[in-house]
Structures are given as structure tokens and as C-alpha cells.
Design a protein around this ligand. Structure first.
Ligand SMILES: [Zn+2]
Length: 260
């Protein structure tokens, strides 16, 4: 048995924050997730950042790489089988932990009170809801990644660049006839470029720009430059009012593209 003193110290450094890893996929990987979680948590701790609510992790089969659900002062981390079986597990956990840190600190982008203000003050057409909610999630992703970039892809490697350039390649084949769906994909391209730009990982003459412009051209609008600029320049720690204004700016850029 550990003496109580040791236990308290352990809590304080965040060792016990991961309460469980459950494999719902039947494909295994619980130890791998636990090890990656602890490694990323230790890297965050070097920057003075610690998740303090308890986290339970679940390995699930799903289309997206991962997700976090936070409520009642605890987090559930969903990790896809694909993330466990790829080399991207630590990047995914760094990203999801970024969401957890933003939620715990009540950052405007991850704050239930601000969400209520948004639902009152941001008006979007019904047809735009899917595209807009994806674009809004990317605002949250920017703020999660402002943390994740501190601990992931730091040593001059280009994993982030490779990861996001694949998004832009993938979106090229997903373009369809629905205008709003295409605007939503353009927002994803804008996020991918803007995120890299924000962290100094993309030059202005990178070939990815042309790929993203070609997407817009073929869809019949021109939005990616404005969208990338929007995501790249989101203020670090906006007040609720500033944040609402930012979200309205995004709605305006997307509506303009959809109706052009
Ligand atoms: Zn995310």
C-alpha cells in the first residue's frame, strides 16, 4: 500500500487522471492508449498544463479519429481503432487533451454559457447547419491545437503538414453538387491551411494553396483565402463578446461563398 502522502503527490502531478481505458472495438490497444496518454500528459506538464478532471478512455470503431465528451467535471475520450493502429495516436491524444484543457479553463470556444449566446446571436440558414457546425468545430480545433502544437510535431518534423495536406487531398474527391456541403469542405480546407499557417508550418507559395483554390474554382466560389486567414488569425483568448463576433464573421464568409 502507498502511504497517503505519495498518493496525494501522485494526484497533484496528474498521474491518476486517466481512470480507465475500455476497449469497445474488440481490437485491443488499451495499454497503447494508456502509455500514449501518460506520455502526452507528461509533455504537457513540462509546459505547466495539466488536465485535472478524471478521464475515461474508450477505443471504438468510428469514422473520425477521435472525440472528447466533457460533462459533470469529467471527460470521456473516444479513440478510434484507426488512431490506435496508426502512428497518429499521440497527435490525436494531444489534440483531444487540448479540448479538455480549454473546457476546464472555460475558454470562450469551449464554454456552455457562450454557446447559449451563440445560439441567440448567430443566424445561419437551415441548409447551412451541417456545414456551419463543422466549420465551428474547427474553431474549437484551432484552440485545442494551439496547445497540441506545444507538445506534438515540435522537433522540426512535418507530421502536422502531412496530416493536414491529406485532408485537402481527401476533400478534392468529396466535392458534390450541394453548395453548402462544398462550402463546408472549403471551410475544412481553410482550417487545415490556417492551422498550419498559424503555427508557421506553411509558406505563402506552398502548392497546397493551389490545391485548395482549385477546389473552390471547381465548386464555383472563392473562399479558401478568407477562411484560412480567419482560422490563422483567431485571437488567442477572446472575451465572450469577441468570440461571438468571430463566429459571426465565419458565418458571413461562408454565406457569401454559398450565395456567390
Ligand atoms: Zn477536435
Amino acid at each position: 500500500m502507498h502511504p497517503p502522502r505519495t498518493f496525494i503527490l501522485g494526484r497533484r502531478v496528474g498521474v491518476d487522471v486517466l481512470t480507465a481505458v475500455v476497449d469497445r472495438s474488440g481490437r485491443g490497444g488499451t495499454r497503447k492508449v494508456k502509455a500514449a496518454f501518460e506520455d502526452v500528459a507528461a509533455r504537457y506538464a513540462e509546459h505547466g498544463l495539466r488536465v485535472s478532471w478524471p478521464v475515461s478512455a474508450e477505443i471504438v470503431s468510428m469514422a473520425i479519429m477521435g472525440a472528447t465528451k466533457s460533462q459533470d467535471s469529467s471527460h470521456t475520450l473516444f479513440v478510434s481503432v484507426r488512431a490506435v493502429e496508426s502512428g497518429l495516436l499521440d497527435g490525436l491524444i494531444a489534440h483531444e487533451m487540448g479540448h479538455m484543457l480549454r473546457t476546464e479553463s472555460g475558454h470562450a470556444s469551449h464554454n456552455a454559457e457562450v454557446f447559449r449566446a451563440l445560439s441567440r446571436e448567430v443566424r445561419i440558414p437551415r441548409a447551412a447547419e451541417g456545414a456551419f457546425s463543422a466549420a465551428f468545430n474547427h474553431i474549437q480545433d484551432i484552440y485545442a491545437d494551439d496547445y497540441a502544437f506545444l507538445v506534438f510535431s515540435t522537433d522540426g518534423d512535418d507530421r502536422a503538414y502531412e496530416f493536414f495536406s491529406q485532408w485537402i487531398e481527401g476533400n478534392a474527391s468529396m466535392r458534390g453538387r450541394n453548395r453548402w456541403k462544398n462550402v463546408g469542405l472549403a471551410a475544412t480546407n481553410g482550417f487545415a491551411l490556417g492551422n498550419l499557417l498559424r503555427h508557421g508550418r506553411l509558406s505563402r507559395d506552398d502548392p497546397l494553396w493551389e490545391r485548395a483554390h482549385a477546389f473552390d474554382r471547381e465548386a464555383g466560389f472563392e473562399a479558401v483565402a478568407a477562411l484560412a486567414d480567419f482560422y490563422a488569425k483567431l485571437p488567442e483568448d477572446p472575451s465572450p463578446e469577441t468570440f461571438v463576433t468571430q463566429v459571426n464573421t465565419l458565418a458571413t464568409v461562408m454565406t457569401r461563398a454559398a450565395s456567390s
